[in-house]
Design a protein around this ligand. Structure first.
Ligand SMILES: [Ca+2]
Ligand SMILES: [Ca+2]
Ligand SMILES: [Ca+2]
Length: 435
């Protein structure tokens, strides 16, 4: 059986000095062997000892049976020794645990003391800095105190001198106060005299102002009268001129009046004649209106009758007209002659519906002569019956009188409505008649 050895030595040296609150702490410690290794070695020894005892008992019984009793005695002895050693081992183990516990508590105390040492070191440094700054301030205060003492001495000297001057000035002030009172009395007397003179002066000034006002008013009246006189004189001259002008005008007006009277007589005569004409025209208008009404009724009846009348073979009906489209091509003049020979003329388009119908007589993109020309006066387009255009369907930028030689109108087939163009009358193409 082995024993565990615990060897902790702690040396704590502490010395404190009050110069600058300096603290020194010295801690030394020697490490113990590993506790676990020690316990293992002790158990190993116990096992070896038990093995030896067993081996001795075995050889003693087998090889020397006669000495069994002595061996038994030895065995008992050894058993007692083992128990004794076991007790020692338990005791040592208890002591070792006790020492271990003491060691842990001492270690904790050591760390606590080290922390305290660090805090005290910091406080010492702070106190050292404060001491230095306070020493510097003390020196500054000493210097300031000396300066203030010198200033106080100088101020005390000045105060004494000023006190002396104050006494002298006080004496002078009393003298001047007396002089001032005398002067105040004289001033009051002079003020009374001045007020009297001031009153007299004010009265004189007021009288002077009144006289001045009266003088100014008189002067103003005089100037006003002078101005009025000038105005009146000028008005009189102007009235004289106006009178002369009016006299001349009156003579002229008299002449004009005579002339106008004559004109009025003439106009009255013409008015009477025109009145009679108007009465006659009114009568004629009434009779013509009745005639027009009668003719309109007749025309309507004829229109209805004509609409119901069919066209001859080869002609197409639209509204009250019949239309013929050629199958050969000729120039505009020959085309018109053909229409006239058929009891018709080139087509005259005077409504959008008629334009749509005529456009429908043509094939896609075909063109044909219509009864339109500006051969009588360039740029003035009329129909073959002499009537002007009531509407038109010219292509964009047409009529353009291209090459100065386009005086006849043609229709060009386009979807829905169709368009017009001016072309040379000599060109040969289809034509459309209307009757
Ligand atoms: Ca027509
Ligand atoms: Ca033309
Ligand atoms: Ca053209």
């Amino acid at each position: 059986m082995d024993s565990m050895e615990v060897d902790d030595d702690i040396y704590l040296n502490k010395s404190l000095t009050m110069e600058g609150l300096i603290t020194q702490v010295d801690v030394q410690r020697r490490k113990q062997p590993c506790r676990h290794v020690t316990v293992c070695l002790g158990l190993l020894c116990v096992v070896l000892l038990a093995g030896n005892i067993g081996q001795i008992i075995y050889y003693g019984i087998l090889t020397h049976p006669s000495s069994a009793n002595s061996i038994q005695a030895s065995y008992n002895t050894l058993t007692q020794e083992r128990d004794h050693l076991q007790n020692d081992n338990d005791t040592l183990t208890t002591e070792r645990d006790q020492l271990q516990s003491n060691c842990d508590s001492l270690t904790a105390e050591k760390e606590h003391l080290e922390a305290k040492v660090r805090n005290l070191t910091k406080e010492k440094d702070q106190f050292q800095q404060s001491f230095s700054s306070l020493s510097a301030e003390r020196d500054e205060f000493k210097a300031s105190f000396s300066n203030l003492k010198n200033v106080r001495d100088r101020l005390q000297a000045n105060y004494d001198a000023l006190k002396q001057e104050s006494s002298q000035l006080n004496t002078s002030c009393n003298d001047m106060q007396r002089n001032l009172e005398g002067l105040q009395t004289e001033h009051n007397n002079l003020t009374a005299s001045k007020d009297q003179l001031q009153t007299k002066c004010s009265n004189l000034q007021r009288q002077k102002d009144e006289l001045q006002d009266r003088f100014s008013a008189l002067t103003s009246n005089r100037d006003q009268l002078q101005s009025n006189y000038s105005f009146l004189k000028r008005d009189k001259d102007q009235l004289q001129r106006s009178y002369n002008t009016l006299s001349t005008s009156k003579d002229h007006l008299q002449i004009s009046y005579s002339s106008l009277w004559k004109d009025k007589e003439q106009l009255q005569s013409r008015y009477n004649a025109l009145w009679r004409v108007k009465e006659w025209l009114q009568t004629n208008y009434s009779s013509l209106a009745a005639e027009r009404e009668r003719l309109q009724n007749k025309t309507d009846k004829l229109t209805v009758k004509v609409r119901g009348k069919p066209c001859q073979t080869g002609w197409r009906k639209f509204d009250i007209s019949c239309y013929f489209i050629s199958t050969i091509k000729r120039n505009w003049t020959v085309s018109r002659k053909d229409c006239i020979a058929r009891g018709a003329d080139l087509v005259i388009i005077d409504s959008r519906d008629e334009q749509v119908f005529v456009n429908g007589l043509l094939g896609v993109s075909q063109n044909a002569w219509i009864g339109l020309t500006d051969s009588l006066q360039e740029g003035t387009w009329t129909w073959v019956d002499g009537t002007p255009l009531t509407m038109d369907f010219w292509q964009p930028r047409q009529p353009n009188n291209f090459s100065g030689n386009q005086d006849c109108g043609e229709i060009v087939q386009k979807p829905s409505v169709g368009e017009w163009n001016d072309d040379g009358c000599f060109a040969e193409q289809l034509w459309i008649c209307e009757k």
